[in-house]
Ligand binder design. Structure first.
Ligand code: AMP
Length: 368
């Protein structure tokens, strides 16, 4: 079996590593030099929407998947039909536009924060009146890790938000004073079998995921979150892994967005679950039986962003994953996972790792 993967970043690398134990070959398309997944298979070094590269992938592989959300849907549609493309391009198209994503949630009874579509400067004033302040202005397309967003806290900032983001399709969202954020990761295979992972509790810093922990202790909304993911998977006739990100506010859930791919908040599943999200994604798209999503204990993950400090490499706790990327501020370079017998012990180790990362970054900044 040969799987074609569009994108050869760290998610492609982790899919490629999981593929080895399933005796599956991977081939990637990615324009970058020496991307992380190069250690797991051949890379066609071409743009993601290069028609020739995608046709070659389609003729060389039994099934095609992708590891990031900004793959042009039209490019996928060119090869869908020649070879199965999973997750379905229609699911990707929906996730690429925050408006269609929210409409999908609402149609399936999944609550979202109040929002207002913004096409003109006047729409910004209307949004502020309807939603109140603060509100978050987001680009409808191509946003990730908090990029393409502006928090408007007072009406005097409306002009600045428009100057920065105006001229493209936007959406304004009511500010959600959330208690915390969770994600629910589910997987569905071609036959329609579904498995759901225990929820992750996620902490973002500056819009980028910093830590995930799973399972959540004594959390009453897990079955509701799982039910939402079941609805999305069924409606989209979905195949592969899907991650739904949710705000928890006053004991209710509000959906923020979904990712039609393996997800950073599920990296802990490599060591912390019976079957990782990466292996289950491959199993799903090859229509194999899904592996158990049961946890192996209390798992936690810290993202390593911008640098992998020597102090982190010197720690004797956790499983360090170094994606082999060139360091750059804000870039996800690796992560470290712990799996413990108790939530208290897990949290203690996550705090040590998190503090070590923060101290090393501050020391570096002070001496650089
Ligand atoms: P997103 O790109 O929509 O996933 O946003 C990145 C992060 O920004 C989220 O994980 C939240 O921490 C924060 N955020 C996004 N939208 C809102 C909102 N409407 N209210 C409060 N925080 C938000």
């Amino acid at each position: 079996m040969r799987i074609g993967i569009i994108g050869a970043g760290q998610l492609g690398q982790m899919l490629g590593l999981a593929a080895r134990s399933l005796d599956v070959q991977c081939c990637f398309v990615d324009p970058s030099d020496n991307p992380p997944a190069a250690l797991c298979g051949d890379v066609l070094q071409r743009p993601f929407d290069d028609a020739d590269a995608l046709l070659q992938l389609a003729s060389d592989c039994d099934v095609i998947t992708y590891e990031f959300e900004n793959v042009p849907v039209a490019a996928l549609q060119q090869i869908d039909g020649r070879v199965p493309v999973y997750p379905p391009p229609a699911a990707l198209a929906c996730a690429q536009d925050r408006l269609s994503e929210k409409q999908l949630f609402t149609r399936h009874g999944i609550p979202v924060a109040a929002y207002h579509v913004i096409d003109t400067r006047d729409d910004m004033d209307a949004a502020a009146k309807i939603l109140g302040l603060p509100m978050v202005i987001k680009t409808r397309r191509l946003g990730y890790d908090g990029k393409g967003q502006f928090i408007v806290r007072q009406s005097s900032a409306l002009n600045a938000a428009w100057e920065l983001l105006g001229g493209q399709a936007l959406i304004a969202e009511q500010w959600v004073p959330f208690d915390f954020e969770v994600s629910c990761i589910g997987v569905r295979n071609v036959d329609g079998d579904v498995a759901i992972y225990p929820l992750s509790h996620n902490v973002h810093v500056d819009g980028i995921l910093r830590t995930s922990r799973s399972p959540l202790e004594a959390f009453g909304l897990a079955s509701e979150a799982s039910d939402y993911v079941h609805r999305l998977l069924a409606h989209l006739d979905y195949v592969g892994v899907l991650a739904l990100e949710l705000f928890v506010v006053n004991d209710t859930l509000l959906a923020n967005e979904f990712a039609p791919r393996v997800h950073n908040s599920g990296h802990w599943t490599i060591e912390g679950s019976q079957t990782s999200q990466f292996e289950n994604h491959l199993r799903a798209i090859m229509n194999m039986p899904l592996g158990s999503t049961a946890g192996r204990g209390h798992a936690g993950m810290v993202n390593l962003i911008g640098a992998i400090p020597q102090a982190i490499r010197s720690l004797t706790i956790g499983h360090l994953h170094d994606y082999g990327k060139v360091p750059r501020p804000g870039r996800k370079l690796g992560h470290i996972t712990v799996v413990e017998d108790s939530a208290d012990k897990r949290d203690e180790l996550i705090d040590i790792i998190d503090t070590t990362v923060t101290r090393s970054t501050l020391t570096h900044e002070n001496t650089a």
